[in-house]
Design a protein around this ligand. Sequence first.
Ligand code: ZN
Length: 506
Amino acid sequence: MDAVLQAKRNELMARWQEIYDLTGIAALLNWDQSTYMPVAGGAVRGRQLALLERLAHERRTDPAIGRLLDELQPYAESLPRDADDAAHLRVMRKIYERSTRIPAAFAAEFAEHTANSYMAWVAARPQNDFAAVRPYLQKTLEMSQQMAEFFPGYAHIADPLIDFADEGMTVAMIRPLFEELRLALAPLVATISQRPPVDDSFLRRNYPKAQQIAFGESVIRAFGYDFSRGRQDETHHPFMTKFAHDDVRITTRVDEHDLGSALFSTMHEAGHALYELGIDPAYASTALDTGASAGVHESQSRLWENIVGRSRRFWEHYYPALQAAFPAQLADVDVDAFHRAVNRVSPSLIRTEADEVTYNLHVIIRFGLELELLEGKLSIDDLPEAWHARYQENLGVAAPDDRDGVLQDVHWFGGPIGGSFQGYTLGNIMASQFYAAAVAAHPAIEDEIGAGRFTTLHTWLRDNIYRHGAKYTAQELLLRVTGQPLTLTPYLTYLRTKYNAIYGLL
Ligand code: ZN
């Protein structure tokens, strides 16, 4: 690369670092708002966050970025696709074009609308008042459809919205995959439902907070979460957040009468954090210093939480330590009973509390409703009833109201309708696919988990997935790492093997 080109590249990277830093500062303010901020700080905090978002948007859409990208395009095209610089330029161009296609006035109106919609939802949900949010939801739907129209040439109107979160995924790919999964899960759920219910009542004894946090932190430390580059704090709705390459934090919520809540959410968020912390340091503060997609990110949280953290082998090692932390509470519970309890399958109303088998049905219901709304086949007025009907049909449960029905999740009240749910199930599917590849490469991983050691698994994930950051799309990553496109087989094998053992279905 000649000196002129090098200077342009450096200018582009320096400009992008400012965008990265503004995003990190906003994340810090958000984290503070969700953890330690006094209530009265809220009003000005909203203004500060809006200012940062405006500054970041101005920088992302600065015509100078477009000019530099154009000038560097011949250089980008001269490189092999998997060269780092080719990826840097490809990802920055993607973000630049996405940001500039949505008119600034529309983006501002949508941000203001979703802020109002979120506040309306916060007030309406406890009151079970769908009518109060109905006009907001109607406008969200119309604006979501308009947003898709800024990206013409799509095959399905949801495709541009899905692309924001899961680049390259389309309705044409996801819909048949989800239908195949739904048809495979239905008989599993039906069979398990006929079995005697698993007793998990002991999980709701009194488990003091300090011991819960200490135990959870000992587990994620063993996973490889580096507390010199992160920390854990308490919040209402657990999340992972990143301020910089070496500052990736997680949060948890402790319920002293629910042992599983903090423990598994800690493992989940640590999985997200391991991904971010494992990105190649050479990508620090660049557009590649983030995960590949919502689905790939969720694959890592689910892998550590479920495939590792809810496995029989894991608890063979960790159960004695858990019993030592809670000797009175768990004295009469053996490891088998505990393992069954934390994997109890029970069709329920609430997505975030669902077990591994029924969880995807919650997602598939929402994904299907999003498509029908965007297609104009389902009206907002008919949405609450459609929700209840799908739950009855797919899970055999009926919510008594809209509070645990259509008002249950924040997504449609804090963002567009479309693209917000598929990543959860794509993540579950990918988690099994990645894990199967890891075990095929290193069969000792399973025994190591049984000995409380995770180095081989963590190293494999870092070398094959984490270090690449946003360099590859999910499909590219799957092909590179597993030799296969997205496929259901490892996931269905995982679920059937695991739940056949727990429920004695074989
Ligand atoms: Zn997650």
